[in-house]
Structures are given as structure tokens and as C-alpha cells.
Design a protein around this ligand. Structure first.
Ligand code: G
Ligand code: MN
Length: 376
């Protein structure tokens, strides 16, 4: 895919061969690539220039990728960093998560894995920037029309979240679906809402649909994704708002990736939501920006571990150890663990053994209409 205004990616790797092949892969995608064999030089460049994503090796002689990440965080940049390592070590993985590495990839790397990680990193970066740099006026009118149509026709699909042992559905995650041709995917709709400053309108619409569903199905526990901007919407905590009346049946999912809010105000808003009866989940743990420290401070009721950690977990010792550590931490804090993106029996067996309470994924149920109530 060629990006309209091409995004800039910095590659940091002391291995010239790896660097050349990554440069080729990403250049073909239309990215502008700056490559550095020395992390020190990369850091110099990153101090002066704004890049959309950094792809860095972990073990390098002058400075490790983890140190580079720490230095960038000291500079208070939001630039997402994707780390790659040939020798995955548990300490590094945990440190990378703490520092908020965007992804932690294991070499040898398939081109597709790199492309996906960088694409998501750049997309994330653009989303966080969107509020400051709005679209041009002509584009804006067109975008607004498309967004309004999308909003009118939006629907929800429901994916079961099941017990890791009994496989019985204990709840469903409500997932946005768009039938607007110009904004065909949930990220496209979110992106448009963000650019247009219409996030609250979108959030309200989604919550209204879920509330309607709960009115006819009060037996359900519904997991609802919140954009961090929704936390500032008064409708969310309005006792008369449609979803608030069902608060005790609702788990609000806060994505780790999205929130850059100051934790103190975030904590206050979450306390209000809890008083209303909502439960709180941290979504996508392990894939995000803010890392484990964020998760610990929110003390959620539920934590959902991202599919980047569960994919092929049965074959990956480091993933197993990270997953196991998160489960133990969660257990100590009385937090339920949901393993996301479970596609195979092997993954299910492994996450169950490591301590996941609940699982969600194509293996145990695809997103779709809510199944009819079971008659007891
Ligand atoms: O970020 P969040 O966890 O809310 O995203 C859920 C998304 O993941 C949905 O779009 C859903 O369709 C998708 N999804 C759910 N289960 C699986 C799975 O087993 N594999 C993959 N690849 N995607 C999944
Ligand atoms: Mn979710």
C-alpha cells in the first residue's frame, strides 16, 4: 500500500544485511525509511526529526534497543517503537512492556509480520496526532458525509467470551461493524470520528445500540470498547444515559494503546464509573503503548491479554513466561484474565494451563448476532 503522505520509519540495526532487507520491505510499502547502524546516531536523528515509527534491534554493541526505547521515553516522544530480537529474554520482554514498546518481535522475521507491526504503529501514531492536525476543508466535507452515513448504519457484532475450562459463554464483546463503503472498517470509522472531532457522537451511538440489546437480553454481560476520549464525555457517567441503566451488566474495555491521559484524572473517572456499577477491563494488554505500569495503576476488574502474546503461545517459551507472569500478577490482585485471539486448541490448552480464566477468539466463537437465550 502506498501512503498518501508517506510516513517515515527509522530502522536501527547494526546488522547491515537485516537493515537492507527491512529497508527494502518497508520502502516497497511506500514508507520513507531512514536506516541507522548505530543507535547513538539514530537517537541524534530522532531528537531533530519527527518520525512515525521506529523499528529497532534489541542487542547492539553501543546501546541496546531497550536503552534506546528508554531514552526516547525520557524525551517524551510518542513515537511507537517496534523491537526485534534474535534472542528473546524474559527480562527484556518485561522491560520492553514496562517502557511501552509497541511490539516485541522475534527474529527471524517474516515480511508480513514486520509490515503489519509497522502499519499498526504508523496508524496508531496518526490517530494520536489527528486531533491536532485536522483534514483540509474540502476533504472534511466529504469525510463528514461519509461519517454521518456510517453512523446511521452502524451495527454491532457480538463475540462470546467463554470460560477457559467449561467453554460456556460468560459474556460477549460488542464489536462495531460499518456498512459504509467509504469507511468500511471499525478503525476507518474511528479514524474519521477522531479527525472530525465526533468521537463522542460515535461512542454515544455505540452505547445506545448495546443498551437496546441489553434491554431485550438482561441475562447478558456485555463487554463494550471505550475510546479514551469517551472518558471525558458526560453522557458516559450520566445516570440517565441508556447504558448506565445497565451498568451492572457492562464491562467497559479501555484499550491500552489509546490512552495517553494523565493517570490521575483517569483514575477519578474510573472511580465514578465503578460507583455506577460498571466493571473495567484493560484491553489489548501486551500490545500497547503504556505497558504494564498502566495496567497495574488502573487496578481493573478484568485484563484482556492481546493476541500478539497468545498467537502460537504453545510454541513460544518467552510468550508463555510473560503470559504466566501476567496471570500470577492478576491473580494476586483479584483480576480476571481473558486470553484474546485464541484460534487453536493448542493455544487454548496452553493459556488455560498458564492461568487464563476466560478466552475469546475464533476457536470458541466468531463475532456475530447474539445467540438466543438458553432455556434452563
Ligand atoms: O482490540 P480488541 O481486542 O477489542 O479487538 C477485537 C478484534 O479482534 C475484533 O475485530 C475481532 O473481530 C478480532 N478477533 C477476535 N477474535 C479473533 C481471533 O481469534 N483471531 C483474530 N485474528 N482476530 C480476532
Ligand atoms: Mn476489545
Amino acid at each position: 500500500m502506498i501512503h498518501s503522505t508517506s510516513a517515515c520509519v527509522a530502522i536501527v540495526d547494526d546488522d547491515a544485511m537485516v537493515s537492507a532487507s527491512l529497508t527494502a520491505i518497508l520502502s516497497r510499502e511506500g514508507y520513507r525509511v531512514e536506516s541507522f547502524s548505530s543507535p547513538v546516531h539514530a537517537l541524534e536523528f530522532l531528537k531533530q526529526n519527527d518520525v512515525d515509527a521506529v523499528l529497532s534491534d534489541v542487542s547492539m554493541p553501543t546501546m541496546t534497543g531497550i536503552e534506546l526505547l528508554a531514552r526516547l521515553r525520557d524525551m517524551a516522544t510518542d513515537t511507537p517503537i517496534v523491537l526485534m530480537t534474535g534472542v528473546p529474554r524474559i527480562e527484556d520482554t518485561i522491560r520492553a512492556l514496562e517502557l511501552g514498546a509497541f511490539r516485541y518481535l522475534t527474529k527471524p522475521l517474516a515480511g508480513g509480520v514486520v509490515r503489519k507491526a509497522i502499519h499498526e504503529a504508523v496508524h496508531w501514531r496518526r490517530l494520536t496526532r489527528a486531533s491536532t492536525a485536522g483534514p483540509a476543508l474540502a476533504d472534511r466535507a466529504e469525510l463528514e458525509e461519509a461519517f454521518n452515513r456510517a453512523l446511521e448504519r452502524i451495527s454491532m457484532a457480538y463475540q462470546p467470551i467463554v470460560s477457559a475450562t467449561s467453554k460456556l459463554a460468560l459474556g460477549h464483546e460488542a464489536l462495531m461493524r460499518s456498512s459504509e463503503a467509504k469507511l468500511p472498517s471499525p478503525p476507518a470509522v474511528l479514524d474519521a470520528a477522531e479527525k472530525l472531532g465526533r468521537l463522542h457522537a460515535l461512542g454515544r451511538k455505540l452505547r445506545r445500540i448495546v443498551a437496546q440489546q441489553l434491554t431485550s437480553r438482561p441475562d447478558q454481560t456485555m463487554f463494550v470498547n471505550l475510546h479514551s476520549a469517551d472518558l471525558a464525555d458526560r453522557d458516559l457517567t450520566d445516570p440517565k444515559a441508556p447504558l448506565t441503566t445497565h451498568a451492572r451488566s457492562v464491562v467497559l474495555e479501555l484499550t491500552e494503546r489509546a490512552s495517553l491521559e494523565s493517570i490521575s484524572s483517569l483514575e477519578m473517572r474510573l472511580a465514578t464509573l465503578r460507583e455506577l456499577g460498571f466493571r473495567i477491563a484493560v484491553d489489548d494488554l501486551g500490545a500497547g503503548y503504556a505497558g504494564l505500569s498502566y495496567f497495574a495503576r488502573l487496578s481493573p476488574d478484568i485484563v484482556k491479554i492481546d493476541m500478539s502474546l497468545t498467537r502460537n503461545i504453545h510454541k513460544d517459551n518467552v510468550k508463555q513466561r510473560v503470559f504466566g507472569s501476567i496471570c500470577r500478577l492478576a491473580q494476586d490482585l483479584d483480576i480476571l484474565v481473558v486470553a484474546e485471539g485464541i484460534e487453536t486448541e493448542e493455544e487454548l490448552v496452553t493459556v488455560n494451563r498458564l492461568g487464563a480464566d476466560l478466552v475469546q477468539g475464533y476457536l470458541t466463537g466468531r463475532p456475530g448476532p447474539l445467540p438466543p437465550p438458553t432455556i434452563e
